[in-house]
Ligand binder design. Sequence first.
Ligand code: NDP
Length: 246
Amino acid sequence: MFDFNAPKDCLKGKKILVTGAAAGIGRAAAVAFAQYGAIVLLHGRNEESLNPVYDEIEALNLEQPAICPLDLEFAQPEQYEELAALIEQEFGTIDGLLNNASLLGARSPIQSYDQSLWMKVMQVNVNGSFMMTQAMLPLLDHDQPASVIFTSSSVGRKGRAHWGAYSASKFATEGLMETLSDELPGISKIRVNSLNPGATRTQMRTWAYPGEDPKTNPTPAEIMNAYLFLMSDDSIGTNGQKIDAQ
Ligand code: NDP
């Protein structure tokens, strides 16, 4: 596991937007960020899907979260701008953005990969992260340090057969991270890194490896060290890095 012992309250006062917070790793990250003191802005496909994580954070008596619904498959650039305007109105600025929401698509050879599914995976995984980040950059750019995390995968660093659009989308995600992280030093206090969670016990992992015993993989809550590190001020100075959570 990534070696970081998160100090209690290391995210106190920070406002952090987590995409794909309804389930899996995004949900665990949202709860962990709140447990370490952050006000979490929960993004998901719709309000209904976010209610359970909202209720979980409320039941723990943590800082009250906010709900930010937006379906990344269909959202137009104006809707990202509208979301940013609403967040600015309510919170002024934000201190962190975890781009986590993704689709797996099909485990299929490129030769026969369904073209409409390819477009859908690219729309959610690449264009969605791009538009979300572009809309949020003005809110992240202020006099305090801020952190953007892009979620990668082992197949975003080395391609493997039958990972199709998902693999290509994660390579694109790494490219987006590298490009942005090279643009911001000197003109802002925003640091930008990518994070590969590694095999983790979620719905996506089950879809990718249906024959695997889920218990062989850690739960999302067990891989949070790297997430907490990258969101906390301990990672100031870490920029343009490809981090592994495990
Ligand atoms: P899950 O499938 O469990 O969760 C994905 C999240 O993304 C869900 O909350 C889902 O919402 C959301 N999402 C998907 N499509 C949309 C959309 N159109 N609009 C809004 N939200 C959407 O995946 P994981 O938690 O496993 O994965 C989290 C991240 O980690 C992903 O980026 C994944 O690629 C990466 N990863 C995961 C690994 C693993 O072993 N689990 C390994 C390597 C990387 P909804 O529930 O409504 O569909």
